[in-house]
Design a protein around this ligand. Structure first.
Ligand code: E4P
Length: 216
């Protein structure tokens, strides 16, 4: 399973990348706004900086919701760097645009996916990634991880090549459960990645080893 970091914060991207386990980055308009990135030039430069920092797929989301707008915007984003993946919402014109991008050699990430039916459409249109938002599903008292397992089952049965990118991760346990359920990628906040390191027995065991090492 690949690890992406789900942020537009450059310091956090650097910290995850320095760990040596980072395969890519996902952003969205909310994450870009959180970093105070405003205006077209600043947005383009921010994506360029991320692409230069991380050697892997970098998702950049379109703001348009009509076919022509999505295609125009997506072409500009894709021109920033070969690793840019155009992130397109799961709407009718979005599906149409994903097919256009697929036919024109531009990688896409179909976002805001909340059902297996939507995931089938994204795969049919040729999306490189499909992003089910598992945390937001959990918020509605459904099990987001179950959706990952259902999509993984369908894709494997039908031979779809679209990669399942588990998004809206809220905890380290989510990452483990998504790995079990067959996600190809998990995009996670830095805290959830670092949380995987933690176990009290590791801390206790290390303290004892360090204490005994002094006796050597
Ligand atoms: C990433 O691709 C998604 O935009 C992101 O994971 C959504 O996360 P949230 O539900 O925490 O906003």
């Amino acid at each position: 399973m690949k690890f992406f970091i789900d942020t537009a914060n450059l310091a956090q991207i650097k910290e995850a990348n320095d760990l040596g386990i980072l395969d890519g980055v996902t952003t969205n308009p909310s994450l870009m706004a959180k970093e105070g990135v405003k205006g077209n030039d600043a947005i383009m430069n921010h994506y360029k900086t991320i692409c230069e920092m991380v050697d892997g797929d970098i998702s950049a989301e379109v703001f348009s919701t009509d076919f022509d707008g999505i295609v125009t915007e997506g072409k500009k984003l894709a021109a920033i760097h070969p690793n840019i993946v155009v992130k397109v919402p799961m709407i009718k014109d979005g599906v149409k645009a994903i097919k256009w991008f697929t036919d024109n050699g531009i990688k896409t990430n179909c976002t805001l996916v909340f059902s297996a039916g939507q995931a089938i459409l994204a795969a049919k249109a040729g999306a490189k990634y499909v992003s089910p938002f598992i945390g937001r599903i959990d918020d509605t008292n459904w099990d987001g991880v179950e959706l990952i397992a259902q999509i993984a089952h369908i894709y494997s049965l039908q031979g779809f090549e679209t990669e399942i990118l588990a998004a809206s991760i809220r905890s380290s346990l989510h990452i483990v459960k998504c790995a079990e359920a067959g996600a190809d990628v998990c995009t996670c906040p830095l805290d959830s990645i670092l949380g995987l390191l933690k176990h009290p027995l590791t801390d206790i065991g290390l303290a004892k080893f360090l204490e005994d090492a002094k006796k050597m």
